[in-house]
Ligand binder design. Sequence first.
Ligand code: TXA
Ligand code: MG
Length: 357
Amino acid sequence: MQTKLLQIKPNESRLSENSDIRKAGQIIRDGGLVAFPTETVYGLGANGLDPQAVKKIYQAKGRPSDNPLILHIADRSQLEQLVCCVSCKVNKLIQFFWPGPLTLVLKKKQHIPDAVTGGLDTVAVRMPSHPVALALIEAAGVPIAAPSANRSGRPSPTLVEHVIHDLQGKVEMIIDGGPCEKGIESTVLDMTADEPILLRPGGVSVEDLKRVLGMIRLDIGVDDHGERNLVGVTPRSPGMKYKHYSPDAELLIIEGESEQVREKILEIYLDSTQSPGILATQEMVDSLRGKINSRVVKVLGKRKDPDEMAARLFKLLREFDEEKVRLVLVEGLPLNGVGLAVMNRLRKAAGYRIIQV
Ligand code: TXA
Ligand code: MG
């Protein structure tokens, strides 16, 4: 398939009237696939009400069909057409966090295709804040089902180059809207019971959710310390059970007090014959300077700045592949703010190979 590449400037005025966006909307309406930027990561979109179109997403990504998709909407009024009831708590969340990186899991209306929900009686909905995403949904005139626009199992795409690498030739159109600001996927929150349950940490932090909701429960798939804790337990979010976000390199995470982590990184580095890459905070990299001579050292960001680390994470993981690194030593990071989401992705990417020091 010939993939058309479109460049759209997010700050252009009246985007929904842009003739290219209209063409993209038409592709969605006609049952095709369009990859587009959101504030979190690039998404791979199809008409969320057309089961045949949705099935194409799974094919293009190589994604297991029991892993449900998020429906993206551009207007609050679209929500009532998709879900059965919108509680006060849900309304409050919407007021605070939409448009933005919060996905709500709610009881679905009958007409939502099983292809979207993986046969569940719930559906995940989010209103992104990226102007290009909003304009595309408006132009399509339907909710857009969209997972991250990567081949299944690969790190999510935060630059259009990542999407082109994974999906060129498999989709009708890729819209280039520049780098994604957040760099990590949305927070997924199950609001189907009285007690809100966090299914996936993401761009909205647990601290911010608690400020609005009071208590929330973390699902077993969220901050587990390895698949060993998941034996015999099914996470509520089907996507959380798969190995994810993996570069080709093996990742090994070292968690603990900074000083001990530093010693352990040095020890493994000096013992290893394969010149491991290093992925760490600015502070850690500074303290290792002069002691190691690694080919590939990458700085995630300053320790106090989880947002910066989130924005760089997937891009750096993909860079290790380009540089043919086989082993990466990763510093465990603080879990505050979006740090929880960053470590969740890193632990999965590492297949839970974690050394506690
Ligand atoms: O930021 C994002 O959320 C990006 C952009 C493109 O919007 N999308 C994204 O989609 O990350 P995806 O498909 O890669 O991840 C969706 C997650 C999966 O873990 C999936 O299992 C979960 O949401 N999910 C979807 N529908 C669900 C449902 N009805 N119940 C529980 N979990 C659900
Ligand atoms: Mg994904």
